[in-house]
Ligand binder design. Structure first.
Ligand code: AKG
Ligand code: FE2
Length: 224
C-alpha cells in the first residue's frame, strides 16, 4: 500500500496522539506501582513527544544495529517493532536478553529523565539492537518527553521527595545528581537548554549554520 504525504501525516498524528494518551495512563500506573498518588509525575510531562522511523537493512553478521545505550531525553520509550527481532535489554545480572515483539503487548524502556525524577528508584533501561542478517527490520519507537522548562533544582526537589516516599530499601536510593546524564549539568538553565545543546553539538553542520553563537559556546563548555 502506498500513501500520499497528507495521509501519512494524518496517520502519524493519530498514532502520536494515541501513544501520548497511552503513555500518560502508563505514567499514572507507574506512580501507583510506586505507592504514590497517580498524578505524582504529571507535572513533569512535556508536549514535544517524538516518533522515530528506523530501517535496519540486512547486514553482515555482527554488524552494529544500535549499540548499547539508554534513552536520555524523556520518561519512557515505547518501541514498536516488526517481527524480525533484534531488540535486547540488559538485565540486572548483566546478561543481554531478547525483547521480541509479542502480539498484544508493549515493550517499555525507562529513560534517563524518569531515572532522574525518581532519584534512581526506576533505573533507565540499557538496550541495543542486533542488526538483521537476512531481512530488513523496521521499528517505530515513541519517545515520551519531559517538559523542557524543568530546572535542575526542581528535579532535585522531586527526586528527594520521591526517594523519601517510595518504600524501597536504602541501597537502591540515589540522588538525582548520581544519575549519569548530560542533562543534569549546572551549566544549563533548564532541561530544554540541555536538549538544545545536545542537538547543536551532535549535528555540528546544522548547529554552526543556525545557532553559530550557541555552537561556539557549547563547544567550549565542559559538562560538569
Ligand atoms: O529499533 C529499536 O527497536 C530501538 C531503537 C532505539 O533504541 C532508539 O532509537 O533509541
Ligand atoms: Fe534506544
Amino acid at each position: 500500500m502506498s500513501l500520499g504525504a497528507k495521509e501519512v501525516k494524518a496517520l502519524v498524528e493519530e498514532y502520536m496522539s494515541a501513544s501520548a494518551k497511552l503513555s500518560n495512563q502508563f505514567l499514572q500506573s507507574v506512580a501507583e506501582c510506586l505507592s504514590l498518588p497517580p498524578t505524582t509525575f504529571d507535572t513533569y510531562r512535556g508536549g514535544m513527544d517524538r516518533l522515530k522511523f528506523i530501517k535496519y537493512p540486512p547486514s553482515p553478521a555482527d554488524s552494529q544495529g544500535v549499540g548499547p545505550h539508554k534513552d536520555s531525553t524523556g520518561l519512557f520509550t515505547f518501541p514498536s517493532q516488526d517481527n524480525t527481532g533484534g531488540l535486547q535489554v540488559l538485565n540486572k545480572g548483566g546478561e543481554w536478553i531478547d525483547a521480541p515483539p509479542i502480539e498484544g503487548s508493549l515493550v517499555v524502556n525507562i529513560q534517563q529523565g524518569f531515572e532522574a525524577i525518581t532519584g534512581g528508584v526506576c533505573a533507565a533501561t540499557t538496550h541495543r539492537v542486533i542488526a538483521p542478517t537476512s531481512t530488513t527490520r523496521y521499528s517505530i519507537p515513541f519517545f515520551m518527553v519531559v517538559r523542557l522548562d524543568l530546572t535542575l533544582s526542581q528535579l532535585r526537589e522531586s527526586a528527594k521527595h520521591i526517594v523519601e516516599r517510595v518504600p524501597v530499601s536504602d541501597n537502591t536510593r540515589k540522588r538525582a545528581e548520581d544519575v549519569p546524564s548530560d542533562f543534569l549539568s549546572e551549566i544549563f538553565s533548564c532541561f530544554g537548554e540541555a536538549y538544545l545543546r545536545n542537538r547543536v553539538i551532535s549535528h555540528p553542520d546544522v548547529g554552526k549554520r543556525w545557532y553559530p553563537e550557541l555552537y561556539e559556546r557549547y563547544s567550549r563548555e565542559v559538562l560538569k
